[in-house]
Write a protein that binds this ligand. Sequence first.
Ligand SMILES: [Fe+2]
Length: 364
Amino acid sequence: MIKSVKILTNSLSVKFKDGTLENYPNIWLRDHAKDEKNWDRRSNQRKTNTASLDLDIKIKQVKLKNEGQNVEILWPDSISAVTYSSKYLFKHVLKNNNKQFKLSLWKKHQIKEDIFLSYQDIIKDIGFKIFLKKIYKFGFCVINNCETKLEAVEIIANKIGYVRQSIFGGLWEFESNQDMADSAYTQEELKPHTDATYSYDAPGLQLLLCCDYKAKGGESILVDGFKIAQTIKKKDKELFNLLSSIQVPGKYTGDGVILEAKRPIFKLDNNELIQVSFNNYDRTEFRLNELQTHRFYEAIKKFDNLVNKSEFQWRHILKPGQLLIFNNWRILHGRGSFFGKRKMAGCYINMEDFVSACRVNGIN
Ligand SMILES: [Fe+2]
């Protein structure tokens, strides 16, 4: 709610009832006019030709409406006033962290039984929101009581977004098979990593359903990469800066493709960590000067030491009917070595579709 507004030379000063004070440049407000003349409500697209606006546009008149719920602005190039809601303006306070739900960065002991949900619950609307919120907060969850077939993976994927096509196809099934080119098909222990460091747009979510398990070992290993980043940032700022600045390339060669992409292990956007990207199996050649090379390998050693500490690793043997779903931009995953038969099915979902599902359900 808005307490008061004041017209300044080139901006509008808005004081909110919680004490927040913000200046909105006139040109920004004019560009974001969402009345019938300037905004297409059917397509949710701008009608205004921004380039033709007067950069020094002045506010002709401003009025507070509905006890501060809205503000009405009359612009010199319009006949009728344009309404801006206090909610809209507050959402766009420059330094506002409007994230409604905070992430819960975790170590192993902080993961409780409530990380397990049931298939029957998550296919209902209320349960589905809880399910999304769980993935959003913790970066993963496990769904019990799924049917042990590909269709169960597809149903869940389609509730969030859609199955992503990749070099592995869309939906996939696999058993341990020494002939396959990718390291995921061996029975050796797979150390924590993120998938597709060779892709410009790494998969957002990965779904892994256990269809059959007549084996020993093979536990899923999850590590909260954001917790690792937070821990490193607190203890060793130089190491954090290194891991967030050196562009590390990943490469996939096989199946008729050569995919390659690069990004830092900790990818930042405006100083905010947005992605953890680490796959020692897929890293390809790149050169740095001698000093930086040494620092890089030292950083890899420290990072790897941390992600392989048991306090950071949540381990769980997936049983038939259990589906693990995790955020591949945050959670490093691995798998313990095993003997016997283990059949899995799964797929990827794009990050933007997961984020969209969260927004649609009021989680962001
Ligand atoms: Fe993987």
